[in-house]
Design a protein around this ligand. Sequence first.
Ligand code: ZN
Length: 444
Amino acid sequence: MTFDLLITNGALLPLTPDMPAEIAPGFVAIGGDRIAAMGPMDQLPEMPVGRRLDAGGCLVLPGLINTHNHSAMSLFRGLADDLPLMVWLQDHIFPAEARFVNEEMVYWSTKLAAAEMILSGTTCVADGYFHEDAAAAAFCETGLRAIAAQGIIDFPAPGIPDPGKNVETAAAFVGKWKNRHPLLTAAIFCHSPYTCSPRTLQQAKKLAVETGVPFFIHVAETREEVEIISQRHGVTPVAHLANNGILDRHTVCVHGIWLTPADLDLLGQTGTGVAICPSSHMKLASGIAQIREFVQRRIPVGIGTDGCASNNTLDLFREMDLFAKLQKTSRLDPTFLSASETLAFATSGGAKLLGLENDLGSLAPGMKADLVIVDLNRPHLTPCYHGASHLVYAARGADVRDVVIDGQLVMAGGEILTIDLRETLTRVRELAAKVTSSLPRHQR
Ligand SMILES: [Zn+2]
């Protein structure tokens, strides 16, 4: 046996109940795409090693899992801020998407987002957008693990001029990408209960069940949405989804802010999970998701960034900090959500939400080798008493030094190895120049 990659001398945060909270100094040995062995340095076995990485003065943790993103929207970062959700969507984002979203845009903007995510310690992302075929192709080239979901909406959308073909387009996407690349999982993403008819929801979910792929949907994001669904269907958005057979453990509800106790019970009884996007919820003033109610009902919860147009970064370190502090503030309870509990939502919680808990979310022999090395040798991370505290409350994505995904080193010494960053930045700037020149003069 040989270790392909051996990481030594780091402070390990396994994030699994079977092991100590911190092993320092420790080693992680990787064989192929999985963790072969790990433990304290004095238990390091004698074994031939392919590549060594010294993580002295660093924290070694499982890769962060971004459970909700629209990666290609990185092109629209900062295009329209400080607006209510419906105005932002209908007057700015939907028109920009209608005009500028095409395969080339999705490919390059997804690559840009993948670079940002890898550089800030994300090793797995759940993405949903249009022209997802181009996003999937981009993800496969970057070495980032991805759940790529083709978007479905009941009006003309990029790549789907006839909304009558939206489910058919998703079916072709799943047919092409399911089991095509080891790092990519094909999936389906219905935009929301207010932009998809009951018939569309049912057909899309049927497709997801028949093909065995995950299903995503934005739900209960704003009070306005609750009013719209109540007027149209006489029930809450979650009850509406339940009535249409959408809720089960393979469905991820994104946002889940405006929920009644009965909605929460429906999610708990059906095993449906929720992706929470703290920055997006704050920036659009959507509200605050109530994590304690989810935890009490054992509803799987992960953290997401949402797209760059409503965040405006893809840094999960920032999301963890906001995730914890929003809960403390809304409950006036500083004890609710410790740093280590918050870190678990961004790792093992996200893995469970996405159905990947047997492979991802903790450091242990047999798990996939998706891990992140954070450099503590910086003023804002010195001294370090508790690793989890620093990761949630003090570190930022830029403190990530190295990233391993599926056993492959994709970032080393602060440099991304799988993406031509200069070319990607150039191509996205060229696309952005077209967006800028299309804006009315007062908005440029
Ligand atoms: Zn979203």
